[in-house]
Design a protein around this ligand. Structure first.
Ligand code: HEC
Length: 122
């Protein structure tokens, strides 16, 4: 195989991987993590004053916002379990996530946002 062909092969392989969406997304910088916020203004306010304190604080136990590697195994439990753990508390996760004014629907939307699934059907 010529050098040229080998390089093309590597490029084609890289493109194929990208097309499948399988490579892990590049890790976000702490600044990018801090800047993430729900699109809806009211939800953004709830997020900023509650979940964000722990879920956008790299280094603590909370799965970080949009960190799919941390959220995917949790997401597999199903939304009902995640909602229950949010309302009841779960280990170091405080009951209600320190959001006294959040409704169950708010929690669901906040969980979807943090888990990187804001596009999921309701
Ligand atoms: C005081 C810090 C803190 C705040 C505030 C907080 N969390 Fe958490 N959260 C945690 C920690 C720590 C965990 C990981 C618990 C574990 O897996 O042991 C967690 C885990 C979770 C999980 C995953 C539960 C599971 O079953 O794996 C969900 C969902 C969640 N939080 C939602 C929220 C939402 C929604 C808010 C805001 C309304 C919020 N959290 C606010 C600390 C916090």
């Amino acid at each position: 195989m010529s050098n040229h062909a080998r390089r093309f092969g590597a490029l084609a392989a890289a493109l194929a991987v990208t097309a499948c969406g399988s490579p892990p997304p590049a890790a976000l910088t702490p600044e990018q993590v801090m800047a993430l916020t729900p699109g809806d203004a009211r939800l953004a306010g709830l997020y900023e004053t509650s979940c964000k304190a722990c879920h956008a604080m790299p280094g603590n136990l909370a799965p970080q916002v949009h960190d799919r590697a941390a959220w995917d195994p949790r997401w597999k439990q199903g939304e009902a379990v995640l909602l229950d753990h949010t309302i009841q508390g779960f280990n170091a996760m405080p009951a209600g996530g320190q959001c006294a004014s959040c409704t169950p629907d708010d929690f669901k939307a906040l969980i979807r946002f943090m888990a990187g699934r804001e596009d999921s059907a309701k």
